[in-house]
Each structure stands twice: as structure tokens, then as C-alpha cells.
Design a protein around this ligand. Structure first.
Ligand code: NDP
Ligand code: GDR
Length: 379
């Protein structure tokens, strides 16, 4: 049985990857951080009681900032494959906690590579590093491929560029099977609540259900190449099954403005939105309903919002000190060498995410009507 170790197993990608590896028959070890409350909701459906015979999923307490902990876990688990997905992954937040981000996202990768080397596992253990399209940063070329120069624009991206190059360096210096997947944005119903797509689909669901009035957003002009996380974890696995260790861009090749994602998401609940104004004064206004869609999605809960109501406003808090304007990947190498192509397009993604959030907040409505309180956190 192949053995995999996944850092960041409690995150969006960790959850989809763990499921994929279990389905392929792997023994999966995951590193979770100690928290004051349970933080495994994304993988609870995969949980296996450690007291059962031969469980194939085992979680270990750990942290990418703790070398000894990582070395011990790697020694104990002797993995054939390590997927280093753990990171402080929020670009905006990295401006608030830059030193921690460098430590976890940059040096954390070094700790894994060095542990594998010191333990003499460099010929056994293959390593996947979660690199990112944020490396491209300030636009040098569109679309971006494996040969496009990098120009990082945030503490997060600068930390990840260290991780990218230290992975390349250990491959070249010690002959290790260490690879970068340069993944463009990928989303899902499991996406963290404060990334733009999930923030939008949550906001749309809550507005449609009468639980929120306005969605406050940052830069609506940013363009992103959005895929589905389920497709992207398949690419991670394929990268480690190659004969030779190499780096790959994983993307859909299609880019979309944040503003258009918002329109698509509102359309899922039958709301037509139009945008008016400029800069911080731009607003998204309800232009009309498609009543059939509204009734189908919301179970005949007709919205009481009047046409002409402002549903989206700009809050400059969400602007970044330095922004990445356009990301659009060229996945040709992955298509030809890995035989990888995405199964989901943007329309499928938006549909799945909005439907999941409508279902989620309908549950919250039941809880509220039964006198329970629910989380009000938004960011
Ligand atoms: P998430 O933010 O959903 O998950 C991040 C994971 O890392 C969580 O399990 C988190 O734990 C864990 N983590 C955070 N800090 C540490 C630490 N110090 N030590 C150990 N674990 C830690 O990210 P995604 O699943 O979306 O992304 C996975 C990886 O891919 C990340 O490295 C991200 O930077 C990168 N990436 C993501 C892209 C995307 O579009 N999703 C695109 C390109 C790259 P906890 O649950 O406790 O917070
Ligand atoms: P990104 O994702 O920074 O690309 O990093 P995010 O979804 O946070 O932002 C995408 C774009 O949307 C703009 N934006 C907003 N973003 C957020 N979060 N909240 C808002 O209100 C908002 N309004 C506009 C942003 O300015 C940005 O241009 C993600 C992460 O998963 C990284 O870990 C990963 O490496 C990259 O994708 C590829």
C-alpha cells in the first residue's frame, strides 16, 4: 500500500486530495494544527476511528513552523509521497502577518525538504509543493506558462517564491523527486469563506434568503482563472506519478472579472444585476428577477427586494496594497504530459457553489427559527 503524507489536510485542497488518495487505496497521514475547537469539518466524512482495525486515514498534530515535529512525523510515517499543501493561504491577510507567512509558507517547505534529506529518504519520498499563480504577480505576459517570469506582489507570493525555488534547488542539488504545481485559483463549496468566490456565493445565498442586505466587495476589476478544486487535486497526484520530476501550470485557460463572477452567482438565484458608477462609488443594482429560477432555487420563497435596490457596494478595506490584475494560465504542458484536463467549467462551478450555500443558509434559517444562534462572521 502506498503511503502519503498531506500537510494542510484540513483545508479545501487537503480534503479533496485525501478523498482521492483514499479512493486510490493509499494509506493517508495528515497533519492538523491544534486548535481550541474541532477544525476538521472538511474531512469529517473521511474520518476513521483509530481504534478500528487498519484505518487508512490517520491525523497527526503538527505545524509547518516546527522542524522537529515535521521530522518526527516523516520518520514515523515513511511516506512514498508528501503533498505540502499547508500554508497561510490568504493573500490579503499576508500583509497583516508577513513574518508568520514567510515562516510557514517559505521556510515550512524547506523544513519538509530538509527532513526528507536528513532522514535519507531522498530516493524514496516524492514531494509535491503547492506553488501558485500568485508568483506571476505583476503582469509580464498573458497567458502565463511554466516559462513566464515571476514578479510577486504580496508577502504571501514572496514566501511562495522561496518555496518554489527551494523545491527546484533540492531537486537539482540532491536528485530529489520534488515538483511544483503552479496552480491557478481553484474553488469549490469547501473554499474558505473569505476568498472572493465563496464570499460572493455566501453573500448571494444570504441576500436571496433575506439574511443579508448588501455584499461589500473590493476590486471588481481583478481577473482570475477559476477552476474546480476537485479537478486540481487530480493534477497534483498526476504530477507525482511521472517518470521525471517537473513543474506544471494547472489552469483552465479562461479568465473572468470578479464583477462577472458576481453577476453569474446572482443569476443562479434568479436575480439580474447591473453595475453602475465608478471606483469606490460603483454599485451593483437589482435589475429584475427570473421568478421561475427564484422559485426553483429558493423553494418558492419569493424575494421581497424591490427592483432598483443596491445589493453590492465597494468597501476599500478589501483593496490590497499591491494587486495582481490578471491571471490566466496556459495549461498546455499539463494537457500534453499529464493528460490532464478540467471536467468543470466556470458555469458548473458557480452553480455548485451557490446551490451549496443556499442549502447551508436554509439550514441556518431553520436553526434561527428554532431559537439557536449562528455565526455572523463575514470578511
Ligand atoms: P486553505 O487555506 O483552505 O488550507 C490551508 C491548510 O493549511 C489548512 O489545512 C490549514 O490548517 C493549514 N495550515 C495553515 N498554516 C499552517 C501551519 N503553520 N502549519 C501547518 N498547517 C497549516 O488552502 P487551499 O486548500 O485552498 O490551498 C492549499 C495550498 O495550495 C496552499 O498552500 C495554498 O497556498 C496553495 N494554493 C491554493 C490555490 C487555490 O486557489 N486554492 C491556488 C494555488 C496555490 P487550518 O485548517 O488549521 O487553518
Ligand atoms: P487570490 O484569491 O488573492 O487570487 O489568492 P482571492 O479570492 O482572495 O482574491 C481574488 C481577487 O478578488 C479580488 N477581490 C476580493 N478578494 C477577497 N478575498 N475579498 C473581497 O472582498 C474581494 N473583492 C475583490 C482580490 O483583490 C483579488 O484580486 C487565492 C488564494 O487561494 C491563494 O492561496 C492562491 O495562491 C491564489 O488564489 C492562486
Amino acid at each position: 500500500m502506498k503511503v502519503a503524507l498531506v500537510t494542510g489536510i484540513t483545508g479545501q485542497d487537503g480534503a479533496y486530495l485525501a478523498e482521492l488518495l483514499l479512493n486510490k487505496g493509499y494509506m493517508v497521514h495528515g497533519i492538523k494544527r491544534r486548535a481550541s475547537s474541532f477544525n476538521t469539518s472538511r474531512i469529517d466524512h473521511l474520518y476513521q476511528d483509530p481504534h478500528e482495525k487498519n484505518p487508512r486515514l490517520k491525523l497527526h498534530y503538527g505545524d509547518l513552523t516546527d522542524s522537529m515535529n515535521l521530522t518526527r512525523i516523516i520518520q514515523e510515517t515513511q511516506p512514498d509521497e508528501i503533498y505540502n499543501l499547508g500554508a497561510m493561504s490568504h493573500v490579503k491577510v499576508s500583509f497583516d502577518i508577513p513574518e508568520y507567512t514567510a515562516n510557514a509558507d517559505g521556510i515550512g517547505t524547506l523544513r519538509i525538504l530538509e527532513a526528507v534529506r536528513l532522514l535519507g529518504l531522498e530516493k524514496k519520498t516524492r514531494i509535491y509543493q503547492a506553488s501558485t499563480s500568485e508568483l506571476y504577480g505583476l503582469v509580464q505576459a498573458v497567458p502565463q506558462s511554466e516559462t513566464t517570469p515571476f514578479y510577486p506582489r504580496s508577502p504571501y507570493a514572496v514566501a511562495k517564491i522561496y518555496a518554489y525555488w527551494i523545491t527546484v534547488n533540492y531537486r537539482e542539488a540532491y536528485g530529489m523527486f520534488a515538483c511544483n504545481g503552479i496552480l491557478f485559483n481553484h474553488e469549490s463549496p469547501l473554499r474558505g469563506e473569505t476568498f472572493v468566490t465563496r464570499k460572493i456565493t455566501r453573500g448571494v445565498a444570504k441576500i436571496a434568503l433575506g439574511m443579508q442586505e448588501i455584499l461589500y466587495m473590493g476590486n471588481l476589476d481583478a481577473k482570475r482563472d477559476w477552476g474546480h478544486a476537485k479537478d486540481y487535486v487530480e493534477a497534483m497526484w498526476r504530477i507525482l506519478q511521472q517518470d521525471k520530476p517537473e513543474d506544471f501550470v494547472i489552469a483552465t485557460g479562461v479568465t473572468t472579472k470578479v464583477r462577472d463572477f458576481i453577476k453569474l452567482a446572482f443569476a443562479e438565484v434568479g436575480f439580474h444585476l447591473r453595475f453602475e458608477g465608478e471606483g469606490v462609488d460603483e454599485v451593483g443594482i437589482l435589475d429584475g428577477f427570473n421568478q421561475t429560477v427564484v422559485e426553483a432555487v429558493l423553494d418558492a420563497v419569493a424575494p421581497t427586494i424591490a427592483v432598483g435596490t443596491i445589493l453590492v457596494r465597494i468597501d476599500p478595506t478589501y483593496f490590497r496594497p499591491t494587486e495582481v490584475d490578471v491571471l490566466m494560465g496556459d495549461p498546455t504542458k499539463a494537457q500534453t504530459q499529464l493528460g490532464w484536463k478540467p471536467h468543470y467549467n466556470l458555469a458548473d462551478l458557480v452553480e455548485e457553489m451557490v446551490a451549496a450555500d443556499v442549502a447551508l443558509f436554509k439550514k441556518d434559517l431553520h436553526l434561527i427559527s428554532a431559537g439557536h444562534s449562528v455565526s455572523k462572521q463575514e470578511d
